[in-house]
Design a protein around this ligand. Structure first.
Ligand code: DGJ
Length: 734
């Protein structure tokens, strides 16, 4: 990887090897990316697809097809879309880049980075195009670093992370879209002519609406287990733009990067502008293969603590909302401990002295405990948790303040606000965003976490929320000519702060929450252990949301909670069994008032938590196989996780519709070892009789070619019948 090359100048294990090569081969176990890097010429993209050997690499340029500049720039032949455009210090709006050097270096975690340095033919303007690969991963990250030695700042007006020409055939793009409480919906469509743009302009968070990830199925309609797929994930927490430009030629032109709109960047001499990584993966095992590649790469190299199992928790939000008090917290902690949970998270409402946080209109920024609600403070709660043998976690929203807060009274200059205008206020009519471009604000945000952790080192988990977009374009910190830096510098500041936090507190579990699923992105996840998929906890709708989200993100990162019935968002009445069976397909937690649960429900949950602990390594570290899509509207949905050694699997089946005389498809399994014998055990059983195949063994071959019939309803007493059915089966082989 990152290793060449026909000229074979690379010797392993040397940290930085200056080399020059004509053909650059960036390789992963199952994929190759080939570039032509001739000194003095533009860098050419030659190939991205299945792994190639020397012979095919040698002959690839004779196979026909166009070659394109690997990182197209604007100015000469300007009618095409470009990955980068800039205005030089003297006003010249053109770039003309040529290869100057190719280097490969090894990083501490075994990753290899190949860097192609390009210089402008006339101006002292430089772009490094980088490609990173990791041992055992089929993902290639690409990004650029731009700098110059011109006398005055150069204005960057477009700065994509990467570009990829996609050969036309019948390319279908799958993307996620949605809104608050309706995140992660899947849409698939063939690529149209002209421009297809997927973008975000929220400023602070970026995945409620469109997502910064796509799957490109190259062979027509997307299939789960078969077909060539290129997956692309822009690893960036801020405004993004993904573009497919399709002209009347043989190619689609794909670009992905920071959204340049209203964000031109004045780059000073010697300063470096680094774009976020665009993660690419190629699979011949359909969407599922591409997802598994992203999940493995994410767990192994990107997600915070991706190798550690997550605790089963109870979060207080839907149980008590702002009604925080010591007795209530203690009762919830006792209940979750009693059901076998491992962690309790106190959500919003615990802070504020001058302005107590009783609703969403005050106090953000005043992170001092409200001792009228919690007389023994956080320490008291930590002690209670400790006594119960569970861990304690806490909610904060450190990037924000309210106009009704002590922080804002002291530091009105800290907020994002357009000059000469009143601040625009958000949630609760008073919420304001702190300007993270300002180093003082960065310190302040760091200190929110640092103070909590210094005072209460027992804190095991932080839910980091972010409930407002950037609501007016203006920085009180930036100079007048750098107002367009607002969005980019906000995220630079956020990242810097998160890096500091992670350096000091690597083991702290931190959840990225942003009014639900606003921060499901690989740019933010190196600093977070997981994200809150949605504020919508309705089990039926979660099947759709978690299905889509799993295209790019692994179950270990997807917080999935059992909540009340009727559900607080949809008012749907869903039995506990079904709510549990859905929540158990992600990082299981609870978001409910346990004191409203019956003893029978508590017992059911106690068993479910105990069983989840058994399957947790398979769910959280295994490979996903999506089997029957809820979007196909066949009346059911199904997926499974298989352990890497294929000894264990967990199979989920959820009925999504209820009609009399339904004919549901029998679902064939996937990902198993055909020759292994798997014993079937049903989890969360509510039926009076076990399933006919309970305790029986079947070969992986049979399960993958035939599957098991799922009864349409549960065999329970009449008074317990309802319109839901679901199954969780554990498969174990020796
Ligand atoms: C929005 C989050 O998405 C919720 O889960 C909850 O934490 C509230 N904020 C608290 O205000």
């Amino acid at each position: 990887m990152g290793k060449l090359t026909l000229l074979s100048l690379l010797t392993a294990s040397v940290a930085v090897i200056p080399m020059f090569a004509e053909t650059v081969h960036v390789s992963t176990p199952k994929s190759s990316l080939i570039l032509d890097a001739v000194k003095g010429e533009p860098l050419k993209f030659v190939y991205y697809g299945s792994a190639l050997g020397d012979n095919d690499i040698k002959n690839i340029t004779s196979t026909g097809g166009n070659t394109f500049n690997a990182y197209p720039v604007y100015g000469l032949w300007p009618e095409k879309e470009a990955a980068m455009s800039a205005v030089h210090a003297d006003g010249n709006m053109t770039l003309d880049m040529a290869v100057a050097d190719v280097k490969t270096m090894k990083e501490a975690n075994g990753a290899e980075v190949t860097t192609v340095t390009m210089t402008d033919k006339v101006y002292p303007f430089y772009i490094d195009v980088n490609y990173r690969t990791y041992p055992g991963s089929d993902v290639i990250e690409t990004w650029t670093v731009t700098s110059h030695d011109e006398k005055k700042p150069v204005k960057l007006t477009r700065f994509m992370s990467g570009y990829l020409p996609i050969r036309r055939s019948d390319v279908h793009v799958s993307q996620l879209y949605g809104s608050w409480a309706n995140e992660g919906k899947v849409e698939e469509a063939p690529l149209p002519h002209n421009l297809k743009v997927i973008k975000n302009k929220d400023g602070a968070r970026n995945s409620h609406t469109s997502h910064a990830e796509v799957m490109m199925s190259l062979d027509g309609k997307a299939q789960e287990q078969t077909g060539r797929v290129i997956g692309a994930a822009l690893c960036y927490g801020g405004n993004y733009k993904l573009m497919f430009d399709t002209d009347d030629s043989d190619y689609h032109h794909f670009f992905a990067g920071i959204n340049e709109e209203n964000s031109s960047y004045n780059l000073k001499k010697g300063e470096k502008f680094e774009t976020p990584a665009l993660a690419l993966t190629y699979s011949e095992e359909g969407l599922g293969g591409a997802s598994r590649n992203f999940h493995k790469w994410g767990r192994d190299y990107r997600l915070a603590n991706g190798d550690k199992l997550r605790k089963v928790l109870l979060n207080s939000w839907e149980g008590v909302y702002f009604d925080i008090n010591e007795a209530g917290m203690t009762q919830m902690m006792k209940d979750i401990a009693d059901m076998g949970g491992e962690l309790f998270v106190m959500d919003d409402g615990w802070f504020g002295v001058k302005y107590p946080r009783n609703n969403d209109s005050t106090s953000l920024g005043d992170w001092t405990v409200d001792t009228t609600k919690l007389p023994h403070g956080i320490k008291g709660l930590c002690n209670t948790a400790d006594g119960l043998g569970i861990k304690f976690g806490i909610w904060i929203e450190p990037e924000m303040t309210n106009s009704k807060s002590e922080l804002y009274e002291k530091h009105p200059e800290y907020i994002v606000k357009a000059p000469n205008r009143d601040a625009v206020e958000g949630r609760g009519g008073t919420q304001l965003v702190l300007d993270l471009a300002n180093p003082k604000v960065q310190d302040l945000v760091f200190n929110v976490v640092d103070t909590l952790m210094t005072n209460y080192p027992e804190i095991d988990y932080i839910k980091w929320d972010s409930n407002a977009p950037i609501m007016n374009h203006g920085s009180q910190y930036q100079t007048a000519d750098n107002q367009s830096h607002l969005y980019i510098d906000y995220h630079k500041g956020l990242e810097k702060t998160l890096q500091r936090i992670r350096e000091k507190y690597p083991d702290l579990t931190i959840q990225a929450c942003a009014s639900g699923g606003g921060r499901a992105n690989w740019g933010i996840l190196p600093y977070f252990d997981e994200f809150w998929v949605s504020d919508n906890t309705d089990a039926l709708q979660r099947i759709y949301m978690q299905w889509g989200t799993s295209y790019f993100f692994p179950a270990i990162a997807m917080a999935s909670h059992i909540s009340a019935s009727p559900n607080h968002q949809t008012n749907r009445i869903v039995p506990l069994k079904y709510r549990t069976d859905v929540a158990m397909s992600g990082r299981l937690g609870m978001e409910i008032q346990p004191k409203n649960m019956t003893d029978e429900e508590k017992e059911q949950t106690r068993k479910a938590i105990a069983d989840y602990k058994k399957i947790r390594p398979i769910v959280q570290q295994g490979d996903i196989y999506r089997l029957l899509s809820p979007y196909d509207h066949k009346g059911a949905a199904s997926l499974m996780y298989v352990s890497p050694d294929k000894k264990d699997a967990v199979y989920y089946w959820w009925k999504t519709e209820q009609f009399v005389n339904q004919q549901l498809p029998r679902v064939t399994m996937a990902g198993l070892d055909p020759d292994k014998l798997y014993t079937v055990t049903e989890l969360n059983r509510v039926d009076n009789e076990p399933l006919p195949y309970e305790g029986k063994t079947f070969t992986g071959r049979f399960l993958m070619s035939n599957g098991l019939e799922m009864p349409l309803s549960h065999n329970v007493d009449w008074n317990k019948r309802n319109d839901y059915a679901s199954r969780v089966l554990m498969l174990h082989s020796n």
